[in-house]
Ligand binder design. Structure first.
Ligand code: XMP
Length: 529
């Protein structure tokens, strides 16, 4: 077994700044991660646990409060997710949201029933009691609802804190408000005073500590890293993106040249990206980083291949071979550091109250060798992307790196539809650079979650300066998203689209037509391959 799995607790002990945070039990709501982020925005640590987590798992991080999330089930269904009843009897204050409200109602003897077609979207609530949870809330106050059930009868001794304008119990509490609940979603931005409600819960009702700050995180991680690696050598795999760059900067700050950052250039990165990343880390921050140009190898392996899955496999496997060889050349390496983030950990089930065996060796490209000899160190495994960006800022990484859109491990290999050749990489890199430059010029880049170009192996007829042209088609894509799991196509202003298409067709030899992708995810995926 990988030693990191055996010693998981040793490597990730509960730090002081994580105590007095919030344990969130996830009953399957699409908003659970949002709850965790909203709590952290108040500088309070939060972690998401499985609904099956026992009271002892919940208490491990010494939380000051518990939040029960929403979820798609109905509490009266036979197979409805339930929780350890000891949690509901604990001394910790509890906030139930939507399904969490129904759970509290049912557990304490109230009655929950269906309301037919449900209530989804904007609604208004009228507070009955403006102390405690709803202290400082307007009347009426705009909220966001998403539910098919309601509380028909409150538990004995409980009170309604607010009704919605259609007479549904919108918020309720027990007599001392150590149990509070909302039918609406305070974590969603459409709930206008949601932040005040969460603050009331965290700081007025519960005794949470606002100690989850970037400065604390960095300081604690530095101490942890120093303790964990001793005088062992650490290899940091850098991909050109923000997560791995932040890891490299963190290790540099903690142990200096005892860590070596390695960037394997597969030749499928955006134009100049590998060079810019290495420059900003080495010249800007003095990080000991080496770039290995493996592009010819990758290209030769990709020759003639047009199947998307086979291309991904080829790139992933070659990455492993190259990485293995390069690591071997670096001498005695005891640790490998990588930029795994909290959403990856949640998806893998680790934080869900299960044991550590399910830790995923998530990697940007295609997984690492299974018989890897190093121990894995993942200092960002507690963070969301926006928190990583804040850590990066604090560590002095340049904004151009911190704000960079996500980029897939197989890089342009999955954005060049059909065969990957040097010439096609050149065409796509040039077109994509123009596209992204224009998004910066028009101040749109930071509004968009991810934007990129796709080279399509179809030629179309055009006319330029009275000459017939017969060249490649380019697709451009821009999406809004929070986590890449779902995405909406970005409503790009027509003037920007015009500028992009004109400049690309005029300046990139080999492209004579540009199309804009208006597919959301689902049913599409973000990448085309
Ligand atoms: P899809 O295309 O699945 O992409 O909707 C969702 C997000 O994941 C990125 N992506 C990858 N990231 N390795 C990665 O590190 C990969 O193999 C990979 N494939 C897709 C994609 O860019 C988008 O942000």
């Amino acid at each position: 077994m990988n030693p990191i799995l055996r010693n998981w607790k040793k490597y990730f002990p509960v730090n002081d700044f994580q105590k007095k945070g919030v344990a969130i039990l996830d009953f399957g709501s699409q908003y659970t991660q949002l709850i965790a982020r909203r709590v952290r925005e108040q500088n309070v640590y939060s972690q998401i646990l499985s609904p099956e987590a026992s009271i002892s798992i919940v208490m491990e991080s010494q939380p000051a409060a518990i939040i029960l999330s929403g979820g798609p089930s109905s509490v009266y269904d036979e197979d409805a997710p339930n929780l350890d009843p000891d949690i509901l009897e604990s001394d910790l204050p509890i906030l139930g949201i939507c399904y969490g409200l129904h759970l509290l109602a049912q557990h304490h003897g109230g009655v929950v029933e269906s309301i037919g077609q449900g209530e989804y979207g904007f609604s208004e609530i009228l507070p009955e009691n403006k102390s405690g949870l709803l202290s400082g809330i307007s009347s009426p106050s705009q909220v966001w609802m998403s539910h098919g059930d309601r509380v028909k009868q409150l538990p004995e001794g409980w009170q309604t804190l607010a009704y919605s304008t259609n007479d549904i119990v919108a918020a309720m509490a027990n007599d001392d408000q150590s149990r509070v609940a909302t039918q609406f979603h305070p974590e969603v931005a459409h709930t206008k005073e949601g932040e005040i409600i969460l603050q009331n819960f965290l700081f007025e009702i519960a005794d949470c500590s606002p100690t989850w700050t970037v400065g604390n995180f960095i300081q604690e991680q530095i101490e942890l890293i120093q303790k964990q690696v001793g005088d062992g050598k650490v290899l940091v795999g850098v991909s050109g993106g923000v997560d791995s760059s932040v890891v490299a900067a963190l290790f540099h700050k903690a142990i200096g040249d005892q860590s070596t950052a390695v960037l394997i250039d597969h030749g499928l990165m955006r134009k100049d990206e590998a060079k810019e990343c290495v420059n900003s880390l080495s010249e800007g921050l003095g990080i000991n980083i080496h770039k290995f140009d493996e592009s010819e190898l990758f290209l030769s392996k990709l020759k003639g291949e047009i199947d998307p899955e086979k291309k991904r496999k080829i790139i992933g496997n070659q990455f492993i071979y190259s990485f293995d060889r390069i690591a071997g050349e670096m001498g005695e390496i005891a640790f490998l550091a990588q930029g795994t983030l909290y959403p990856d950990v949640i998806e893998s089930g680790v934080s869900k109250g299960q044991t550590a065996q399910v830790i995923k060796s998530h990697h940007n490209v295609g997984g690492l060798p299974e018989d890897m000899e190093f121990e894995l160190v993942e200092p960002l495994r507690e963070l969301f992307k926006d928190e990583v960006r804040n850590v990066g800022k604090e560590l002095g990484l340049p904004l151009s790196l911190i704000e960079r859109h996500p980029f897939p491990g197989p890089g342009l290999g999955v954005r060049i539809i059909g065969e990957v050749t040097k010439e096609r990489i050149r065409i796509l890199q040039k077109a994509d650079q123009i596209y992204i430059d224009i998004l910066h010029e028009d101040n749109l880049y930071n509004e968009i979650w991810q934007a990129f170009s796709v080279l399509i192996p179809v030629q179309t007829v055009g006319v330029m300066g009275d000459q017939r042209t017969y060249e490649n088609l380019l697709g451009i894509r821009a999406v809004s998203s929070t986590d890449g799991m779902t995405a909406d196509w970005y409503r790009m202003p027509p003037d920007t689209l015009t500028k992009i298409s004109n400049r690309i067709v005029n300046f990139v030899r080999g492209i004579n037509r540009v199309v804009y992708d208006i597919t959301s995810k689902p049913p599409g995926t973000i990448e085309w391959e």
